[in-house]
Design a protein around this ligand. Sequence first.
Ligand code: ADP
Ligand code: ZN
Length: 697
Amino acid sequence: MRDRGKTDLLNVVLPLPIPRPLTYAMEQGTSPPSAGCRVLVPVGRRRMVGVAWGRAEVIPDDIDLRTVIRVLDPEPLLPDSLMELLGWISAYYFYPIGKAVSEALPPGLLSARQKGIDKIISRHRQGRARSLHSDAWETPRSNLRLTRHQRKACDLVFPAIEQKRYLPVLLHGVTGSGKTEVYLRAARHCLDSGRRALIMVPEISMTAQTVGRFTSRFGSDVTVLHSGLTDAQRRDQWKKIRMGHSNCVVGTRSAVFAPLDNIGLIVVDEEHDPSYKQEARLRYHARDLAVVRARNQDAVVILGSATPSSSSLLNARAGRYTLLEMPKRVADSSLPKIEIVDRRSHGRRRQGKTETPRWLSGELGQAMNHTLSKGEQVLLFLNRRGYASFTYCMDCGHVFKCRNCDVSLTYHQTAAGNSRKESLVCHYCGYSVPALPVCPKCGGQAVQARGYGTERVASDLAGMFPELSIGRLDRDTASSRARLESLLKAFHSGEIQILVGTQMVSKGHDFPGLTLVGVLWADLSLNMPEFHAAERTFQLLMQVAGRAGRRDKPGRVIIQTYMPDHYVFSYITSQDFEGFYQKEFSLRNALSYPPYGRLINLKFSGKNKGKVIDAAASASSLARSLAKRMGGGSVEILGPAPAPMVRLKNRYRYQVLLKSRDIKALRQVCAGLVYHDAEFFPGSVRLEVDVDPLSLL
Ligand code: ADP
Ligand code: ZN
């Protein structure tokens, strides 16, 4: 190491899979830009756009020092608070800093070809925030008299905002208890105190009502970041926020990277929602990052939910978060009545050819007739899209599977003009083939589609209730925001009488005429090979149940299941959160699963199965020896094991799961592995590190 004398040195983060920034020299006589400005630098034979990451004092002797070509921004594109967060992310998720930065920025900002590299901050076209507020939704009043619980929440949160105090709050309030009103008041207070607010929602299109309430109350002070934006619009919104033209940002998980400085409040609505976890590339959890960001910024963070995640609940119990409960609905409407229908007995009886479809129990059928006859609405929930879940040949047993994945294909029917198009589709990679009535293996004609999805249910309903209007809400029908919004609006206004849908229907909608919710097959999520399957089921079912009877009319919920004795159902019928989490906590604790133990999942994948297995096996033995060297015992190494879905998109998948109650030891073992990765597996095998994995599939 030696001193560089007169030349200024700059650390530059580049979108490359390297763990640290690279050091460059500034041209003689030019001073280095502030941290957070983009710079154009030579890398090999290329030029790349990177982000200045502060000055470097010394460089190692053996490095051939190159010079920054050009500074691209007069002012930092990234505020300090975001750089701090990204540094934390890189270390915590074992992810190269430059890759983390490029994923946090809107696409194109680090592209050397993009003409946007010229003075992006200097001139800004004032973009008009697209309002998501639509007339069909009620106009919120801001002069409501707060309930006692809402008052209490505000009394806790307001002073912390004023005093710039880090305050993490878990707001556990049943659906309709007025949580959103608390977010709105807190945001108003935050803006009035001269600080800025970040509001996160699971999915913009599914939370149009919440977003609409923000846009109508804060007007042009709000920027909505949603997935429907083009890359250019995203860059525009980013600049608008960065330049301080907008003080309140509402967005989905990636909004946690919004270039806001001076944050006083972060809200994470529906904090339990799995969509906050990114399941590709940088596998971050936006709720966790929101808490980190609030801590770094001395801000208030409100995690709100009717069904909090077990990890947030445990944090509250351990005193790390302040727990606020809102146990009653504002409108005094009572919570719905929940009943379980045992489907097992129905399976044994042969059903007649016509009347009742296989997915419908007598109880639910009667309840539907009763509800519809009163002119009220019905919501049916089935967490599986498509028409039938698998197709097979009755002659030879051939099951139609995806060419690229180890999963069976789902049968879909779509209307194409007057005829209908039948196809077999893979829900993991999108592979699709026309559904032919002939078996490709034996040539027989006994091809059968089995199981049911939302398509079949909607089609059966159309036959059963020809005079009614039936809607279907799943990823296939909600392909565009416009279609989704018109569907939701039609159900909201009563134009549609029965809506059938996947978990998309569980999110925060408020439908005034809806009094009956039917859950067709509750076991789907319960049978997932995941440690949190019961928690996820509890959350999903309580959320869908929460849609029923939100006004003056009482709601009724009927849940069909083949596992009526599963403990989750007794807590659901009694709506006993406390009891459920008590039970869940004791099970998790016994097995050291989160939130008691921590997990890191090392995911190995590649086209060559043997190489993937070898890599996973050497990683696992290295992990064992690292754990042993550290005193052993505290870190469990599970695997290598094939992932539950062993082949996806033509790649074989094996994993090694690290588990421990000692997070430091856990991270040390992982660090040892990540730094040795190149030594024990070939380039054709990819390693992805999933810290705090939500899904192990
Ligand atoms: P949550 O977000 O907990 O589901 P909301 O904030 O959406 O609950 O409130 C449910 C309904 O009650 C909304 O229509 C809202 O406008 C209304 N509301 C909220 N707070 C009050 C209040 N203090 N007085 C009267 N109505 C309220
Ligand atoms: Zn596939």
